[in-house]
Design a protein around this ligand. Structure first.
Ligand code: NAD
Length: 483
């Protein structure tokens, strides 16, 4: 075990830093150096019980009696406390999971505060109750009540925004939260606790308990939890969905993806190439919505292959803390093994690699994988069907646009996707035919004010936008008779 300023030995429960009952700690290892960055306490079942208890108590306390405007003030103070930490947060996450700092500064540094500010504004403009005139007389007061205690469970790839997509609407609605971050990125989760404490969130409104899978499952099934909000793998999402189904517990699931980039015959290939790193290889490919299947028209197939190959060859692979790095290391040795396993599977199936295909020779330390492009890939191939979650792309030719749409939709997943075309109106038509929760035309960027989520095996429900606030309310109708 190391001993340095990044060691976190306590859990944040009920507004206090408490000693874990479960005396297990884990190392958080730096992706680019393979050295221990710090250690964190891992909570066990008893710690989860304590956190859920604190969250339930907080539901009964002053939090429940605040007006929407007063809660919005608290959210804005929380946002301020996160903003003042933004640069340090961004660098810490880049060290934990290898995310290039140019991405991390916005994604991990500033977007969580922006979400708090957004939901603060939204809740200020939301009525707690509305009166409806009855169709057959009488009137009904429809109340929006907080759903209760929320279990928020998050992965390591975008740890700050994915947690805040749950925390911000939950707090805005008047819920309380137990956050269980992934062990790989638990150090940065403590920043939420630091900022919540500084901002004066009432005790128990936000509790932070890093823990492993089994204790995550304990949290999901806990009788004191009213709603589960999960982001992570489809396998874990199915297990969590099954538990919530049995308990009839509301759940939102943001899961995996295998999105397609449809390059239309009229696409501006320079624009496509310029957007490729951001859309298809974002966060070293460790991004659920990345457009990793590139579908190219037969009429321009060689041009597309050349554009992708040359763009990927020019990417700068290296230290995630350098501002000009395009591709950093993967989060862990296990993740690199998994990604290299897929590269071998693609080779073994006979697919040609136009660039990459191994570990960069000039990166002796860190879990780097060369950005890799497979060409002439049949969409039925394992590398085109399964989520690789690393910097690996496939290119598949298509004959007609109907074929392109059919190939895009021939996937277990349905999270993201992009259309590349010189004709935006036509891009919109194609976007409407793609079976996913989100599609970008000539770019792809999450919009905080618009719903994000998947269909098919990519999940259930939506986060962000007003749609992301709704699941944290339950409505109650109070009927009054005619007078
Ligand atoms: P994971 O599912 O293994 O773990 C995610 C989180 O869930 C971790 O905190 C983990 O400890 C916890 N967990 C795992 N099994 C659990 C269970 N049965 N009960 C309760 N908690 C459990 O995923 P990962 O490897 O950390 O992340 C990568 C995956 O997440 C990829 O498949 C990726 O596509 C997906 N992802 C999806 C989105 C999205 O918004 N759709 C965003 C980011 C990542």
């Amino acid at each position: 075990m190391s001993s340095n300023s990044l060691d976190r030995n306590h859990l944040f429960i009920g507004g206090r830093w408490v000693q874990p009952v479960h005396r297990v700690r884990t190392d958080v290892v730096e992706a680019a150096t393979e050295k221990v960055l710090g250690t964190v306490a891992l909570g066990g079942a008893a710690d989860i019980d304590a956190a859920v208890g604190a969250a339930r108590t907080a539901l009964q306390g002053p939090w429940a009696t605040l007006s929407n405007g007063e809660r919005a003030d608290v959210l804005e103070s929380f946002a301020g406390a996160l903003k003042s930490r933004a640069k340090a947060t961004a660098a810490l996450v880049s060290r934990e999971n290898g995310m290039p700092i140019s991405l991390s500064i916005g994604a991990n540094g500033y977007s969580p505060a922006a979400m708090l500010d957004y939901y603060a504004g939204l809740i200020r403009g939301t009525d707690v109750e509305e009166t409806r005139v009855g169709l057959f007389g009488g009137r009904t007061v429809v109340r929006r009540e907080p759903v209760g205690v929320v279990a928020a469970i998050t992965p390591w790839n975008y740890p700050q925004p994915l947690a805040m997509m749950k925390i911000a609407p939950a707090l805005a609605a008047g819920c309380t939260v137990v956050l269980k971050p992934a062990p790989e990125t638990s150090l940065d989760a403590y920043i939420f606790a630091d900022a919540a404490e500084e901002a004066g969130l009432p005790p128990g409104v936000l509790n932070v308990v890093p823990a492993g899978r089994d204790d995550g499952a304990h949290l999901v099934a806990h009788p004191g939890v009213n709603k589960v909000a999960f982001t992570g793998s489809t396998a874990a999402g199915r297990a969590i969905g099954e538990t919530c189904g049995r308990l009839l517990r509301p759940v939102t699931l943001e899961l995996g993806g295998k999105s397609a980039a449809i390059v239309a015959a009229d696409a501006d290939l320079a624009e496509f190439a310029a957007g490729l790193a951001e859309v298809s290889l974002v966060n070293n490919g460790q991004t659920c919505h990345a457009s990793t299947r590139i579908l190219a028209p037969r009429s321009r197939y060689d041009e597309v292959v050349d554009a992708v190959t040359e763009t990927v060859r020019a990417l700068r692979v290296g230290d995630p803390l350098e501002r000009n790095t395009d591709v950093g290391p993967l989060v862990s040795a296990a993740q690199r093994e998994r990604v290299l396993g897929y590269v071998e599977a693609g080779r073994a199936a006979g697919y040609r690699i136009s660039v990459g295909g191994g570990v960069p020779a000039d990166q002796p330390q860190g879990w780097f994988v060369e950005p890799t492009v497979f060409v002439d890939v049949d969409n039925s191939a394992t590398i085109a069907q399964e989520e690789i979650f690393g910097p690996v792309l496939t290119i598949t030719p298509y004959e007609t646009e109907d074929d392109a749409v059919a190939i895009a939709n021939d996937s277990e997943y349905g999270l993201g996707g992009t259309i590349w075309t010189s004709d935006e109106a036509h891009g919109y038509e194609l976007a409407a035919r793609v079976e996913t929760g989100t599609v970008g035309v000539n770019h792809y960027a999450l919009e905080l004010a618009a719903p994000f989520g998947g269909v098919k095996s990519s999940g259930l429900g939506r986060e962000l936008g007003p749609e992301g606030l709704a699941p944290y309310f339950r409505s109650k109708s109070v009927y009054f008779k005619d007078r």
